[in-house]
Design a protein around this ligand. Structure first.
Ligand code: GDP
Length: 175
């Protein structure tokens, strides 16, 4: 049995649903969570990826952040993948994804210099008052080097596991 350990960052503006996403995703699994002094919540999820492979995810969720601030390098150190999340009812949370992605690419990269796999999640797609169109997300995702984007609803449990599987698959393929 091979076990892959992956540090994955969950970034995005405050209130977009990051903590809810992590709680939903790890629900029912072994989950240790505690507040770190630097304001990061850390959770663990184990995936039985195949007969021969296990994936242990260390999910780092920046907690209590209202808007974009550049994160310290310690937070990014050793990360193999990233989720950038925004709220489809908040255009500013969408615009700020640019800064989150740039900060990430400035501070962590693969040994060959490529950026680490990063998925863009358009959360709260259950809400009717959405202000960010699929076309603009598609363009933004392509222009900024995301591996994919997906609509999610943590509330309705839509695309949570799917999004993480896409990210993990990409991480395994670039290792
Ligand atoms: P964080 O600051 O990014 O960690 O955001 P939270 O996880 O604390 O979520 C902020 C608020 O959005 C909370 O009231 C959540 O219940 C709500 N929320 C999170 N995800 C969804 C979703 O998919 N749909 C809806 N309608 N509300 C959500």
């Amino acid at each position: 049995m091979t076990e892959h350990l992956m540090k994955i960052l969950i970034v995005g503006d405050g209130y977009v649903g990051k903590s809810s996403f992590v709680h939903r995703y790890v629900n029912g699994q072994f989950n240790s969570m505690y507040k770190m002094t630097m304001g990061v919540e850390f959770s663990v999820k184990v995936l039985h990826w195949s007969d021969k492979e296990k994936v242990r995810l260390h999910l780092w969720d920046i907690a209590g952040q209202e808007r974009f601030i550049s994160m310290t390098r310690i937070y990014y150190k050793g990360a193999l993948g990233c989720v950038v999340m925004f709220d489809v009812t908040s255009s500013s949370s969408f615009l700020n994804c640019l800064y989150w992605k740039r900060d990430l690419d400035d501070k962590v990269m693969l040994p060959n210099g490529d950026s680490i796999p990063c998925i863009l999640l358009a959360n709260k797609c259950d809400l009717s008052q959405r202000v960010v169109s699929a076309d603009s997300i598609e363009k933004f995702s392509k222009d900024n080097g995301f591996i994919a984007w997906m609509e999610t609803s943590v509330k309705e449990n839509k695309n949570i596991g799917e999004a993480m599987r896409i990210l993990v698959k990409e991480i395994l393929s670039v290792q």
